[in-house]
Design a protein around this ligand. Structure first.
Ligand code: BEZ
Ligand code: FE
Length: 292
């Protein structure tokens, strides 16, 4: 290694330290990472003070991160990296439902629920919402036994995990369902609402420094697993939402914008008589067959 490093020669020196990588992909990724990091520092003429600020920022992102507060995921989201990775890796056929980001509010320990269940668990109030869905293959063939995760905010734009104290740690507005013999799944819940991404941590500093909107348009999350098909992570967005074109995490795709239909009191799709106004959403999700 040279001991006469210059601003430009150091990049090759660092890259060559990855020559011994046993895994070619690891080498490729680190060599490119060093190139881009060094070019970035040279381009913006990064000062020592700015470098310390960045290290302190990343340290604070790490310190605030927990299983239910995913600040690193949020950082990736607000920088558009999560959606970029999703776009780069989208190999599905055009007929398949588009994917989008997972977000930080997916919880592994979510409850299972039978079709027709009220997944708001009656512990969160809001306008009743009845969701009816179908899961099909590219030819419209139903996929029975598909596992369907769904999760969404309450009518104030808050997820259960953001109000753990009030809900005594109960999970609500999320469930794992299974499609019936015709690929159908359905549940009752409460209508979600647009909400700001969490801004009380380090990522909030970036949003405020740029005077950016922290808002996400109203949506419902879905995650599908079915044998013989690629997993799908996606969301459905409310068509008349004011924040569709300014999503803080760049997650909206035109194909995922759907009607959340408003109804006067009456009979819901599952036959329940509802004595207050309610909403319905109906959507068919098309999965992509696995390659192998
Ligand atoms: C969400 O939709 O749950 C979400 C996605 C990215 C950042 C914050 C929230
Ligand atoms: Fe969300």
């Amino acid at each position: 290694m040279s001991i006469d490093l210059t601003e430009n020669s150091i990049t090759k020196e660092v890259q060559s330290t990855f020559d011994g990588c046993h895994d070619a992909r690891t080498r490729e990724v680190f060599v490119a990472l060093v190139r881009h990091l060094h070019d970035f520092a040279r381009e913006v003429r990064l000062t020592g003070e700015e470098w310390f600020t960045a290290v302190d920022f990343l340290e604070r992102v790490g310190k605030i991160t927990t299983a239910t507060r995913q600040e690193y995921v949020l950082l990736s989201d607000i920088l558009g990296l999560s959606v970029l990775v999703d776009l780069i890796n989208d190999q599905s056929r055009p007929s398949a439902t588009d994917s989008t980001l997972l977000g930080p509010f997916y919880v592994e320990g979510r409850p299972t629920a039978p079709n027709g269940a009220d997944i708001s668990a009656g512990i969160v109030s809001g306008m009743p919402l009845f969701f009816t869905g179908r899961v099909v293959g590219p030819a419209g063939d139903p996929i029975p036994g598909a596992r369907v995760d769904t999760w969404h905010s309450d009518g104030d734009g808050l997820y259960d995990v953001q109000q753990a104290e009030r809900l005594h740690g109960h999970l609500a507005m999320r469930a794992l369902l299974t499609t019936d013999g015709e690929g159908r799944f359905w549940y009752r819940s409460i209508a979600p609402r647009y909400y700001p991404v969490p801004t009380d941590g380090p990522c909030g500093e970036i949003i405020r420094a740029a005077d950016r909107s922290p808002m996400r348009p109203e949506h419902i999350h879905f995650r599908f697993h079915a044998e013989g098909y690629d997993p799908l992570i996606t969301m459905l967005f409310r068509a008349d939402d004011p924040y569709l074109a300014s999503d803080a995490v760049f997650g909206v795709k035109r194909s995922l914008v759907v009607d959340f239909v408003q109804h006067e009191p009456g009979t819901a799709p599952d036959g329940t008589v509802v004595d207050v106004p309610f909403q319905t959403v109906d959507w068919t999700f098309t999965l992509n067959p696995s390659a192998g």
